[in-house]
Design a protein around this ligand. Sequence first.
Ligand code: 3PG
Length: 306
Amino acid sequence: MKVLIVTEKPFAKIAVDGIRKEIEAAGFELALLEKYTEKAQVLEAVKDAQALIVRSDKVDKEVFDAAPELKIVVRAGAGYDNVDLEAATAHGVCVMNTPGQNANAVAELAIGLMIMAVRSFFDGKAGSELKGKKLGIHAYGNVGRNVARIAKGLGMEIYAYDAFCPKEVMEAEGVRPVATAEELYSTCNVVSLHIPSTPETKNSIDYELVERMPKNGLLVNTARKEVVNEADLIRLMEDRPDLKYVTDIMPAHHEEFVSTFPGRYFSTPKKMGAQTAEANINAGIAAARQIVAFFKEGCERFRVNK
Ligand code: 3PG
């Protein structure tokens, strides 16, 4: 049984060691394809793999076609928009994620980006503080909840909008639920995005929505670049010189943001939210255990395709 890790952005070594331990203890073999530069390398590597562990690596129809022995793909992380679920199902492959395992890492980065932005990107000028500001959490899932927990310690007033999360859950955690996304943006000084990328959410963060933010509003994106309508955001930031945008997912129009909005925009060069040893260990080992349980016990907990 060959389990293959395919990571363009590798896990920390300590996480790979932990994954290896789990896989070898089950009597399986572990292979690695890290820092690949060509898709051809992926297509070659998957030829004889029965299981795949990936991060944001693209697993599309071509990959499934090249992997006749494949039975399971585990996305070591939360968002699985990089995996073609229809192609997986057509090939009889089970797809899973590891929800929650890297959530604290992403939440800490979101808070770090907020602090950097309100402190004027550390340019020496007086900035402002997060204490007492209203924070809007757009989607109250694993990452959103962690952001709320940390923001509470900073003394922020926390609001959240999530069409799928009962308001009692938010209230029990000291978070004020709002009924619509519009209300969240109208209310909050800082909005942090934690929605998945789906056909419904793509481009949903648009001019009309972000325009509602009060003066000096800050939009923080550690979710996916696709959820933001970039053309709208550029137009809005031109119309509203008080707004700032910080993101962990470099926009397609990065150069334009950099040149048009000096002092109001920042992007990490590579998605860094889940890049901690702890998150790599948690998500990587969870992925390994889910693969072992799938083959040994037929366990399909965390399956995301039908
Ligand atoms: C996720 O969906 O889990 C995060 O976006 C992290 O993605 P990464 O594993 O590519 O860093």
